[in-house]
Write a protein that binds this ligand. Sequence first.
Ligand code: UDX
Length: 451
Amino acid sequence: MEKRGNIRRLNRVVLVPGPFQGHINPMLQLGSILHSNGFSITVVHAQYNSPKPSSHPDFSFLPLPDTSSSAATTGEIIDFALQLNTDCKARFQECLAQVMRQLGPYDGIACIIYDQLMYFSEAAAKDLKLPCIIFRLGSAAVSLARDALFQLKAEGHIPFPESRSNDSILELYPLRFKDLPIFSEKLENFLQLLSNTNNIRTSSAIIYDTVDCLENSLLAKIQQQCQVPTFPIGPLHRISSASSSSLLEEDTSCLAWLDKQSCNSVIYVSLGSIASMDVDELVEMGWGLVNSQQPFLWVVRSGSTLDAQWIEVLPQGLKKNIDERGYIVKWAPQKEVLAHGAVGGFLSHCGWNSTLESICEGVPMICRPCFGDQKVNARYVNHVWRVGLELEGDLKRGEIEKAVKKLMIDEEGEAMRENAKKLKENVKLCIKEGGSSYNSINRLVEMIRSF
Ligand code: UDX
């Protein structure tokens, strides 16, 4: 609390983001909201995927000297996260002690806000008697689905046979078994990680980057089950004025290309910062986009295609067609792209940030979930919010072409396009003064001031 004279001021908040693009962005956005409410911000981060301090001159940054800095591909993420937590607890405690020493006698840490993936933070905070708050990345639906996994496992429902993939799970309706946010290939390690990340231990509250109008009843259910307050304060990217926390260089030349396209004509394609595809899928994707006859902006990350550096593996005939109709970049300024009037659809892996960013711009989606929470998000996009459709099964050019046409021009897609526009307006109301997220942020700020 801000106090005068010789009384300690506890107005520093320590943030501990998870070391992935989709985790860093919302945490730094939260940091900028808290900063604009008068808090000083220190970001303690892993060295792997380190955020760029120069992009956030108002924050202090302290790297954890972690040892587990090997690249984390999709399959390695679980073990990487477990190892990171083992490596970091003692080091984090040293970092906190360092921050406290530097602050001097009249300044102090109000609380620690940590990404649930960085659960080592809680133990260190407890040892130093500092309050902490969990930041649960992802939707409320994902949170509830993850909680339910232990019961489903105990009842023998997971792992599940292929024949049950399409069966609904009553308590998680409308999710089916195949939508569950699990990593089947590493189930035991995954459940171990989940039990660590789900445990709120001595944390004082839970923050969600979601919006009441999207998940009202699910958020109420979570609050009922929780002994601590929950704060749905999203969409953070919309509320915060944080500058880009992109780890890769954004190729802004695509904005000039978009300027030349007609309104709502472009399909934007990106599978986020982690997902990858094989060469055959890349080629099918290319032909599907070309054959749809719609202009397209396609993000192909360097190294995201297995067994290829970039797009050198695309056949010449396809490349020629792409040059006529499309534009490829290694990384895009995604929020600006989605806000551009020329973009009328988003073919996405449905990472939670991408999903929220698309909803906020009223852009309907083709969902191509790859792993984890993305499957739940995709189900909600097409079955609950009805602002998109899912591209299931093997990636085939004919299916991609059909999906793009349906989303962008066919009459069949009209309802999705209309729903997307309405949802955008509903989210706007939640952010406005007096809206649910606006109020939730105020309650959160009050709570931190009261520590
Ligand atoms: C990860 C997980 O994979 C995802 O399932 C989880 O929900 C969040 O953490 P990621 O796969 O990177 O995230 O996807 P997403 O959540 O969509 O985050 C990607 C971020 O990178 C978005 O904020 C998006 O705007 C940004 N981005 C993506 C760019 O700035 N440029 C691009 O070209 C692509």
